[in-house]
Design a protein around this ligand. Structure first.
Ligand code: BEZ
Ligand code: FE
Length: 316
């Protein structure tokens, strides 16, 4: 049916503009009974719609995005968290971290948890070695430190949860060649706030690139490397739990971390120690590496860690 010029003009005037659609959807979202949803959803909708207008999003691109998210879901399981990886590589995790976890200068700062954290790491005594495979795991490292309050008083009984990769850059839960919980452990601080464990010197390693999040990195001409780091969660009653990592100061990827987790206060130096008798006492090779760090905790409530991966098949 052909419209007269007058009818066509009326039809156009009656058609909703994309801004009208945004207003309708925002209005619909604003009546949610859940208070937080009432706050979050209208803003999310506004930003999503503005984004579509800004980049002139095409129907085919919207469909491709839908396929991308489907793939993110399909590759995810209890040990593989593709949406979290996507959030990490797009910097969203660190934006949320930075907006929500500001601390006083000098206090221990947070960084990304990453998808390889496992709750329930073995509790180990001071001086224990987290490496179960000796040389196969990497170069020996003595990791010691103190947990203190902001005034410099020792925090006794703080839990220091430590995990890292072996020398090939793989976590035990995605590597069938490593024993369960290899290179993971929880040590408690003594009355003077000190702790020490043995492990291996961290190496830089790639975040998983065999799924949609990694593919997107390559499509954006970005690399998927993380600078060498050891993960640490420090918690103690009466203090904010800090999920973080310590980065090796001479790593070539320090300024281009694939997940933007580096903060200057988290960059550390490793010393090489040539002490045969200390190495022999610890049952490691000489020379070994030494790292020491003071963790200053912020008063507040302890919080549970957001999520935990499990043991799993090799997917990384
Ligand atoms: C990690 O350091 O374990 C990690 C963090 C973010 C994405 C992938 C891996
Ligand atoms: Fe890591």
């Amino acid at each position: 049916m052909r419209l007269t010029a007058e009818a066509a003009a009326t039809a156009t005037a009656d058609s909703a503009s994309s801004e009208d659609i945004t207003r309708s959807v925002v209005t619909a979202a604003a009546s949610s009974r859940d208070e937080r949803l009432r706050e979050v959803m209208p803003a999310l909708i506004r930003h999503l719609h503005d984004f579509a207008r800004e980049v002139r999003l095409q129907p085919g691109e919207l469909f491709a995005a839908s396929q991308f998210f489907t793939e993110c879901g399909q590759i995810s399981d209890h040990a593989r968290h593709e949406f979290l990886l996507l959030s990490d590589t797009l910097g969203l995790t660190m934006v949320v971290d930075t907006e929500s976890a500001a601390v006083a200068p000098g206090a221990f700062e947070s960084s990304v948890l990453g998808p390889f954290y496992r709750a329930g790491a073995p509790e180990v005594p001071s001086g224990a070695n987290l490496s179960r495979r000796g040389q196969l795991d990497g170069q020996p490292l003595h990791f010691s430190g103190r947990v203190l309050d902001l005034a410099g008083h020792p925090v006794s009984g703080a839990a220091v949860d430590i995990w890292g990769t072996d020398a090939t850059g793989r976590y035990e839960n995605v590597d069938p060649d490593q024993p369960d919980m290899n290179l993971r452990g929880r040590v408690s601080t003594g009355p003077d706030g000190t702790f020490d464990v043995w492990s291996v010197k961290p190496v830089s390693y790639p975040v998983p690139a065999d799924g949609p999040a990694g593919r997107l990195l390559y499509q954006m001409d970005r690399h998927n490397m993380r600078p060498a780091h050891v993960h640490v969660i420090v918690s103690a009653p009466g203090y904010r739990t800090v999920v973080s990592e310590l980065f090796t100061d001479d790593d070539p990827y320090l300024s281009s971390d694939a997940v933007f987790g580096v903060k200057s206060s988290l960059i550390v130096h490793y010393d090489q120690v040539f002490d045969e008798s200390a190495a022999e006492r610890a049952g490691v090779r000489s020379p070994f590496w030494s790292l020491t760090y003071e963790f200053l905790l912020t008063p507040g409530a302890t919080t549970p860690v957001a999520f935990s991966a499990g043991p799993g098949p090799a997917t990384a």
